[in-house]
Design a protein around this ligand. Structure first.
Ligand code: ADP
Ligand code: MG
Length: 269
């Protein structure tokens, strides 16, 4: 069997990550105990960046899988492929991670169907094993293997939620948008925009976040604030950048758009 080059999954450059509280320490302890980790929070608040940063800091390979509803257990675990030489087994990303001792990050795991999520169960308890049923192989996870999932509690319906039997296999972090000063600092550091301008973007973000549950399903993410700053950096006028990056993507409701457009005018008056 071909050996897998684990170096290709190593995060070589330090990702910029601004800690919000003691999450770096907590994660390190969870990793040392090889506990499976769940990162909860709204979209674009820094969950994926945090995991990239931790993988870099711990010097462990990182394998990220974006989950979706069409995903099957085989997409995670692996499958037989037909080629000129006959059939050949190809490990899926979860299997690769278990073999090489990577951090396996299943992004938006609730998007996957429940019959897909149960394949992670034997990896998350004392067994730390992954059965490849079709291949008839039982993979013992490498001692460094760790499973991490992300999850946006805002989107969950009863139909689409993790089962308690899955949830109770993880320790969890509650992520949220950073508080104002930290968030402005993040935008400034990430894009090079000046801090006063970044603080104005954060103000608009706050207006939208206050509308959550009053016409908006979710506030403006840190990710979108970073997008607005990138447009401003390219010479786009601030108000136009904000409308394009902060308002148009998140709602088609005329009233909400006009409320946000007004906030933009007020902040950049
Ligand atoms: N704490 C943070 N430190 C550095 N950048 C951050 C932080 N939080 C958010 N960001 C910025 O926001 C963007 C979106 O974050 P990401 O981790 O992709 O969100 P999520 O995975 O929660 O949807 C990142 O690309 C980065 O620019
Ligand atoms: Mg993400």
């Amino acid at each position: 069997m071909a050996t897998i080059d684990k170096d290709q999954y190593i995060v070589t450059q330090e990702p910029f990550y601004q800690a919000q509280a003691d999450e770096v320490e907590l994660y390190t302890a969870a990793f040392d105990a090889r506990l499976p980790v769940m990162v909860k929070g709204p979209t674009g608040c820094g969950k994926s960046r945090f995991i990239e940063y931790m993988a870099w800091k711990l010097g462990k390979p990182l394998i990220t899988v974006a989950c979706n509803e069409d995903m099957t257990a085989s997409d995670l675990v692996g499958r037989y492929l037909l080629d000129a030489g006959g059939t050949r087994w190809l490990d899926g990303p979860l299997t690769v991670a278990a073999r090489i001792g990577a951090i396996c990050y299943l992004d938006e795991v609730v998007e996957a169907r429940q019959d897909t999520t149960v394949v992670i169960h034997p990896l998350t308890d004392h067994r730390r094993q992954l059965p490849l049923d079709k291949k008839g192989e039982l993979v013992d996870a490498h001692p460094d293997f760790q499973l991490v999932i992300s999850y946006n509690p805002g989107y969950q319906s009863l139909m689409k939620d993790l089962k308690q039997s899955t949830k109770q296999r993880f320790v969890a972090f509650d992520f949220d948008y950073p508080e104002a000063e930290l968030e402005a600092g993040i935008i400034a550091k990430e894009t090079g925009i000046d801090i006063a301008e970044a603080a104005k973007l954060v103000k608009i973000g706050e207006t939208a976040r206050n509308l959550k549950g009053h016409g908006l399903d979710e506030g403006i993410s840190t990710r979108l604030l970073v997008y607005a700053a990138q447009l401003i950096n390219r010479g786009i006028e601030a108000r136009a950048a904000c409308r394009m990056a902060l308002v148009r993507p998140i709602t088609d409701d005329a009233d909400i758009r006009s409320t946000l457009d007004h906030a933009i005018e007020a902040v950049f008056a």
